[in-house]
Design a binder for this molecule. Sequence first.
Ligand code: SF4
Length: 151
Amino acid sequence: MPVNAPFVETERDEDEKSIEQKKLKGTKMNGMVLDDSRVIYMMDNSGSGMFVPASIKKDGTNGGTLISIKQMELLMKQCEKILEKMAVDLHNGVIHVMPAHAVNSQSPYNDVCKYCDYKDVCHVDENTPTREIASPNHFESLQKLGGDEDA
Ligand code: SF4
């Protein structure tokens, strides 16, 4: 079990095996994995998808939230564009107070200001506009990205 093993909720008298399974599930990463079996095996040498969101299926094909190399390049370009815009905006002094907000009321995004050390500086209050965090699924994310559709 890794050092950063997650805390899990258990039933009273739950058996150790079941608790161990819950802990293992809690260590699984989110995100996208390059659609390449070599990469999947390097991230999880069992190929089972226990720790990464990708696996090698029984028929030898890759499964999970996969992304092609072309889509990965598009994603990196998109990230660079966003970072460039942020840098230009910062340089020009464009720094709006616009905290993140998620539609899901349980989301931790909705508490970012509550624990922020800068709230007295930015004067955020209930009338401050918020920026909604989109939560597209994997397919929607790839569609938005463009590029090939076969990942
Ligand atoms: S309180 Fe913190 S997180 Fe919230 S808008 Fe201000 S600086 Fe951003």
